[in-house]
Structure formats: structure tokens, C-alpha cells
Design a binder for this molecule. Structure first.
Ligand SMILES: [Zn+2]
Length: 472
């Protein structure tokens, strides 16, 4: 997918043809100049449902949405390096990215814009105040026992079809808007995310744990025009987007943070990337004031990062997307499931019914999960690792410590949000993120202990492939 801008690059290519390998590693001036030649384009679109809809995030909700606090947005940042290699990052104020939506988008952007799958990153803020998406009779909200009528499932599917078309148009608009730009990486901190796994006599419970690991980093990619005007700010944070649980559409703290950054910089678009916040909650919570305060705290973190000297981010960009086959622990047998299907707990009962149905339809229960891992490496200046699912904070802390040769940004909630991804520590500790939450999904049960190593070792292999030849 490389296009060459002949006017800019021809002298460089001629030079590259005659310089020796040692000269390549020292990067002649025209190569250094090319590394800093970017084009960037941004676009935004409102994705708030027009009508009242059932809302995602909490199985215990009793009724559909009642209006909105502010709009939900999808936003796209398109980047093109000096060699014409393009990547597009799409962020949405939604609970997640359904895998079928990812697959549909991959096909469409490839067909329409010649953008390969590896160059498309989709990330969801995981706000729990958005609509239900991609529900079926097997999923938690889609099961009529828990409230959704067939009409409501149909409404949700229609919403997703409309969302997909909007996201596709958005990618096209961001690519149309490509214009010369400078990229800079900077970061700061925000402190409201708190570990939510508290040890009790009956196992781990969701409660603030002041001693548990956190990642308070606020990574920021700033996009400026060549004359120094701020055009876009992409920022991240590792924390569940769950300050609120009310029945109004709202981007929660991430929605407010984007709003505040855009208010402070009216010519710029702010995009939020959810980090490895699977085991992190915003505290305190459940009061609307807190939601805005957390948004303000995060926006202040972004502002602090913007006021410090950003590190120039050079190209070329290298995008990789691979799937890792994750293993589940041995699933329950037919008899065990039949017993569980009689449980007085409706969630256990539904989970058993879903798995029994899978047994009936396919003759077996799946034991593996095809897990997408994406790496975007910008020269040797910035490595953006995008992991699928609700990734716990151990992953970002570990990967940032282990990938030492560039700035490292680890996103969770990317490309396929299907359930929790525990580290080995959390898997062994158990509790909600360790495997307990699997009963709300269609997956058989906890992952096998190999989960962390399979993901981390693949990330390392991919980062190595994405390094420039000089660094490999
Ligand atoms: Zn979650």
C-alpha cells in the first residue's frame, strides 16, 4: 500500500540507491527530513441513537434510555507517512467493538480506500452509558429473560448497521482531509483511576483497593499543522468508563475529557483511546459531579502534557495485525452444564443454556479464542500496542517496562471487545476479571494459565518485526 510522492521523495530515493548500508544507518539528511513528513486528517460524527434504546454495561438496568447528557461520537485520525503508508485510528464513545463490526470495517476500508486491515485500529471508550450493540438471543441483554424484546434486539442491530456505515464515511472523510502535519508524543498523569480488586475472605470483590496496581499515565499524540496550529489530540487512560450508571446517553469521564480538551482548543479534535483499565474504576463514582470532575482531571492531564515539550514522532509507520490463539481452561461437561441450567442464579442458568446450545449445534464447546493483537510503530519513536478485550493493567505496566527502545502506549478495548483478559496473577487470584465475568459472555469459562505469555510474547515478536532495520 505504498504510494510515492515523486516530487518530495525522488532525490531521496536516488541518494538511497547510492549510499552504503552504513550510511543508511546514520540516516542522511533527506531521510531524516522524510521521516518527519506526515500528513494527517481528522473527522468526527455523532453516533447518539436517535430514539430511546436499551443501554449497555449493566445487566440490572430496568428500562431503556431517557435522553442524553451530551452526544456520543465516533472520530477518526488518518495518518500518512512520507512513503504514502496510511493508518487510520477510529475511536467511539461506546461499550465496545463487536468482532463482526471489526470484520465488516476491515473488508470495506480495504475495498474502498485500499487500507489494509493492519492499518485500521478501532477503539471503544467502554462508556457504560451508550446503547446495546450487536445483541443476539445468546448474549446477556439479548436473552429475553433479561429484558430485551425481539424488537429491541432488531433496533440494536439496525443501530449497529447505521453505525458501521457512519464509521466508514468517517474513515473516508479523515482520509480526504489529509494535510501536512507534525506529530509529537508527550504524556502526563491523572489520578482518579483506582484498582478495583479488593481481597476479602470470600475472594476478590469489586471495591477500591488503594494498594493494587494502577497506570496513571496519560499518553498524548499531538498533531500540529506545519505552522504550529494544534489540529488533533489523541490521548489515553487506563480506567473503566463507569462513573455513571444512569439511563442517559453519556460518554462518561472520557466524553467530558474530550469535550473539555476541544473547548480549550476549538480548532482541534480530541480523541480518547481506552487503555488497560479492565481492573480499574474511576473513584469516587455514581454522582454526576464526579463524572465531570474525572473528565476535568483527565483533560488537565492532557493540558499538562500539551504544555510540556513533545518528542518529535517520526516515520515510517509500520502496522501489524495478527491473531493469537488463546486457550480456555477445560470447559464444563454436559452433565455439569445440565445441573447448572437448573441454578436459581439467572446468569449461571443463562450461561449453561448458551453452552448446552453450542454443544447441541456443534457437538462441542470451543476451547480457543482467536485474539487480535495490533502494533503500530512510528519510526523508533512510538510503539502503540492495541489489545483486544477488557485488558487488565498488568499488561500495560509489563509491556511498558519490557519494550524499552521507544515511547510505549498500550491500548485495550481495541478491535474486538468480547470479555476480560486477565494476567496470570489475576487469573490465579480469581474474581470477576479473573474468570467470574465469563458467565456474562458466550465463552466457556476462564482462560488457561498460558493467556498472559501468549499475548505478551506475540507483542514482542510483532514489535521486533516493526522496528526499523537499524534497531532490530
Ligand atoms: Zn468492563
Amino acid at each position: 500500500m505504498r504510494r510515492t510522492d515523486k516530487n518530495i521523495l525522488k532525490p531521496c530515493w536516488l541518494l538511497l540507491c547510492v549510499v552504503s548500508l552504513s550510511c543508511l544507518t546514520t540516516r542522511p539528511p533527506c531521510v531524516r527530513a522524510a521521516e518527519q513528513q506526515w500528513k494527517a486528517g481528522v473527522a468526527s460524527i455523532v453516533i447518539t441513537p436517535k430514539d430511546s434504546m436499551w443501554m449497555a454495561g449493566y445487566a440490572a438496568r430496568k428500562g431503556p434510555s431517557e435522553g442524553k447528557v451530551h452526544d456520543l461520537w465516533a472520530k477518526a485520525l488518518a495518518l500518512e507517512d512520507a512513503y504514502g503508508t496510511r493508518t487510520v485510528i477510529v475511536t467511539v464513545d461506546l461499550i465496545g467493538i463487536p468482532r463482526p463490526t471489526r470484520e465488516w470495517m476491515e473488508e470495506q476500508v480495504d475495498a474502498r480506500f485500499k487500507l489494509p486491515p493492519a492499518a485500521l485500529l478501532l477503539n471503544a471508550s467502554h462508556t457504560h452509558c451508550g446503547p446495546v450493540i450487536r445483541e443476539t438471543r445468546y448474549s446477556i441483554y439479548g436473552n429475553t429473560v433479561y429484558g430485551l424484546s425481539p424488537e429491541q434486539i432488531e433496533q440494536s442491530n439496525r443501530y449497529v448497521e447505521d453505525l458501521q456505515r457512519k464509521m466508514l464515511r468517517l474513515v473516508g472523510r479523515a482520509l480526504d482531509n489529509l494535510a501536512p502535519a507534525r506529530l509529537g508524543y508527550t504524556h502526563a498523569r491523572a489520578g482518579f483511576a483506582m484498582n478495583r480488586r479488593s481481597k476479602t475472605e470470600s475472594g476478590y470483590r469489586i471495591n477500591p483497593n488503594p494498594d493494587g496496581p494502577v497506570d496513571h499515565d496519560v499518553p498524548v499524540l499531538r498533531i500540529d499543522s506545519p505552522d504550529g496550529k494544534l489540529r488533533a489530540v489523541m490521548f489515553g487512560y487506563a480506567c473503566h468508563c463507569t462513573t455513571m450508571s444512569f439511563n442517559k446517553f453519556c460518554g462518561d469521564y472520557a466524553g467530558f475529557a474530550q469535550e473539555y480538551v476541544q473547548q480549550a482548543h476549538p480548532d482541534a479534535t480530541a480523541l480518547f483511546i481506552a487503555g488497560c483499565g479492565g481492573d480499574q474504576n474511576p473513584y469516587p463514582r455514581r454522582e454526576f459531579d464526579y463524572c465531570q470532575q474525572h473528565g476535568r482531571a483527565l483533560a488537565n492531564g492532557v493540558e499538562t502534557a500539551l504544555s510540556s515539550q513533545a518528542k518529535t514522532v517520526r516515520g515510517p509507520v509500520k502496522a501489524l495485525l495478527e491473531t493469537v490463539t488463546l486457550e480456555f481452561a477445560e470447559p464444563p461437561g454436559r452433565e455439569q452444564l445440565r445441573e447448572k441450567a437448573k441454578s436459581s442464579d439467572k446468569y449461571d442458568r443463562r450461561h449453561a443454556e448458551v453452552l448446552l446450545d453450542e454443544l447441541k449445534r456443534t457437538g462441542k464447546i470451543g476451547k480457543t479464542y482467536s485474539y487480535p493483537v495490533q502494533v503500530l510503530r512510528f519510526g523508533d519513536d512510538l510503539t502503540l500496542v492495541a489489545l483486544a478485550g477488557e485488558v487488565v493493567v498488568d499488561y500495560s505496566l509489563r509491556l511498558k517496562a519490557e519494550i524499552a527502545d521507544s515511547a510505549v502506549w498500550v491500548a485495550g478495548y481495541s478491535n474486538d471487545v468480547f470479555g476480560y483478559v486477565p494476567s496470570l496473577r489475576i487469573l490465579q487470584e480469581g474474581g470477576y476479571e479473573g474468570g467470574g465475568a465469563m458467565r456474562y459472555t458466550q465463552l466457556p469459562g476462564p482462560f488457561a494459565p498460558s493467556v498472559e505469555e501468549l499475548i505478551v510474547s506475540r507483542v514482542h515478536e510483532m514489535v521486533d518485526k516493526a522496528r526499523t532495520p537499524a534497531r532490530r
